[in-house]
Design a protein around this ligand. Structure first.
Ligand code: HEM
Length: 386
C-alpha cells in the first residue's frame, strides 16, 4: 500500500467514520491492516449529513483546510474515492490506457494542461462548464465539441462555452503519442480533473474508457436555466440521476469563473418581475453600475463574490450565498429554499466536506450516459466526426 503525503488526514477522517458508526468487526479488520472495506465504507456518505456528523470530533485533524496548490491527496487505493473509482457501473475504469499506449497518456495531458493553466488560469472554469454542458446533453461523449451549423455548440446556452482549443491541442498530442486510441471524451475528463487539482481541489483518480459520440444537434440541448426555481432545477438533475444534495455540490463549482450581465440584469431593477429585493444592497449597487439596464454590453463579474477567493476551488461561494451575495438567481435561491438551505450551510462551514463531495460528484458527472466498448468512435479530430 502506498501512503500519500496526507495519509494521516485521510486516516483521521476514516477513523472518525468508523468510531461513530462502523461495527466492531470493521475495527478488527482495520487493525489487521486490511483497510479495503473500511475505506469503501468511508467513501460512501449517503448524505451530506453523514459527512457533517463526522466533523466536530475531527476538527483538529481537518483544520487547516488545504489551500490552493496544497490539495489533500489520496492514493488510488485509499481515501474517499476507492470504491467509486476502481470499479464503475458505467463501464469506466481508472487507468484504462495503461496497457493501450506506450506513453503515459495522463502524464502527457497533465503537463500540457499545467502549461496552459500557468498562462491562463481561467481555463479551469472554462473546462468545468464545458464538461457539464457536454455531459448533460447526450452524455459525456464530446458531442459539444463538434463544429457545424446546427451542432450543439451553436445552441444559445453554449454561446460562451470556452476551452475547445485546449482540447484540440491535447488531442493532437495524443494522436502523436498513440494514434486512434484516446477519445476526446476522456481527454476532457482528464483535463478537467487536472485543472480541479491545480485550482485547489482534490487529486481524485479519473475514470477513463469513454468513446466519442456520433450525433451533435443544437435541438438536443436542453440545459437548466439560471432563472429556474430550485425545484425546477432539481427535476432536471433528477432526470440525470443526481439528487438535490448532488446538485448543490455541483453548483459549488460556481466558486470559479464569471457570469455575463445578460444573466444578471433582470435581478437588479425594481421594475422587473425578477427583481431581487433581498440581494445584498452593496452588491446590487456594484452590479447595477456594471450592468446598466437597457445598455447592451459584454460585461461580466465573478460568480463567487468573495474578495478572499482568488479563483480557487473552495467553499467560499456558499458563504456568499448565505450573505445574499449570489450572482445568478438560481445560485442565490439555494440558500433561501428550505430544501437546500441546510446543505448550503453545511458546505459553507466545512471546506473538507466540499472538497470531498465535489470530487465524488464530479466523478459521477463524468460518467453520465457514457459510451464504452465498441459504441461510438475514437475521433481523430475532436471537432469532426471521423
Ligand atoms: C442548474 C445548473 C446550472 C446553471 C443554470 C448554470 C448557469 C451558468 C451561467 C448562466 C453561467 C454564466 C455563463 C456566462 O455568462 O458566460 C455559468 C458559468 C459557469 N458554470 Fe454553470 N450552471 C449550472 C451548473 C453548473 C455545473 C454543474 C458546473 C460544473 C460542474 C458549472 C460550472 C460553471 C462554471 C465554472 C462557470 C464559469 C464559466 C467561465 O468562467 O467561463 N455550472 N453557469
Amino acid at each position: 500500500m502506498k501512503f500519500s503525503p496526507h495519509f494521516g488526514l485521510v486516516m483521521a477522517l476514516a477513523l472518525g467514520v468508523m468510531l461513530m458508526s462502523a461495527p466492531t468487526a470493521q475495527c478488527f479488520t482495520m487493525f489487521g491492516f486490511d483497510f479495503s472495506d473500511f475505506f469503501s465504507f468511508a467513501s460512501k456518505p449517503t448524505s451530506t449529513d453523514d459527512v457533517i456528523a463526522l466533523s466536530p470530533g475531527l476538527a483538529p485533524a481537518l483544520a487547516p483546510a488545504p489551500g490552493p496548490g496544497s490539495a489533500l491527496r489520496t492514493s488510488r487505493r485509499s481515501g474517499p474515492f476507492s470504491s467509486s473509482s476502481t470499479t464503475s457501473t458505467s463501464g469506466l475504469v481508472v487507468g484504462f490506457y495503461n496497457d493501450k499506449c506506450s506513453s503515459d497518456v495522463e502524464a502527457i495531458i497533465e503537463a500540457l494542461v499545467a502549461e496552459e493553466f500557468d498562462l491562463d488560469p481561467t481555463i479551469l472554469p472554462a473546462l468545468l462548464r464545458l464538461q457539464f454542458h457536454d455531459c448533460f446533453v447526450k452524455g459525456c461523449d464530446s458531442s459539444l465539441l463538434i463544429d457545424g451549423p446546427t451542432s450543439e455548440k451553436t445552441a444559445d446556452s453554449n454561446f460562451s462555452v470556452r476551452g475547445y482549443e485546449l482540447i484540440e491541442k491535447l488531442k493532437a498530442a495524443m494522436e502523436e503519442a498513440c494514434p486512434d486510441v484516446v477519445s476526446c471524451s476522456d481527454i476532457v475528463a482528464i483535463a478537467t480533473k487536472v485543472l480541479i487539482k491545480l485550482g485547489g481541489g482534490l487529486d481524485f483518480p479519473v475514470e477513463t474508457g469513454r468513446r466519442d459520440g456520433l450525433v451533435s444537434n443544437a435541438a438536443d440541448v436542453d440545459l437548466p436555466s439560471p432563472s429556474m426555481t430550485v425545484a425546477q432545477s432539481a427535476a432536471v438533475f433528477a432526470a440525470k440521476d443526481f439528487d438535490i444534495e448532488e446538485m448543490v455540490v455541483l453548483l459549488g463549482y460556481h466558486a470559479v469563473g464569471i457570469a455575463h450581465c445578460g444573466f444578471i440584469e433582470d435581478r437588479l431593477s425594481p421594475g422587473n418581475s425578477q427583481f431581487d429585493a433581498d440581494m445584498d444592497p452593496s452588491l446590487r449597487a456594484e452590479l447595477t453600475q456594471l450592468c446598466p439596464v437597457g445598455v447592451p454590453n459584454n460585461n461580466f463579474t465573478p460568480l463567487n463574490q468573495d474578495p478572499t477567493n482568488n479563483n480557487t476551488l473552495d467553499n467560499t461561494f456558499y458563504g456568499q450565498l448565505i450573505q445574499e451575495r449570489g450572482v445568478l438567481s438560481l445560485d442565490q435561491l439555494l440558500s433561501r429554499d428550505p430544501a437546500t438551505a441546510g446543505i448550503v450551510a453545511a458546505l459553507a462551514q466545512n471546506r473538507t466536506l466540499f472538497d470531498i463531495r465535489s470530487a465524488q460528484v464530479m466523478i459521477k458527472l463524468q460518467a453520465v450516459e457514457v459510451l464504452t466498448g465498441t459504441d461510438g468512435e475514437i475521433r481523430k479530430v475532436c471537432s469532426k466526426f471521423n
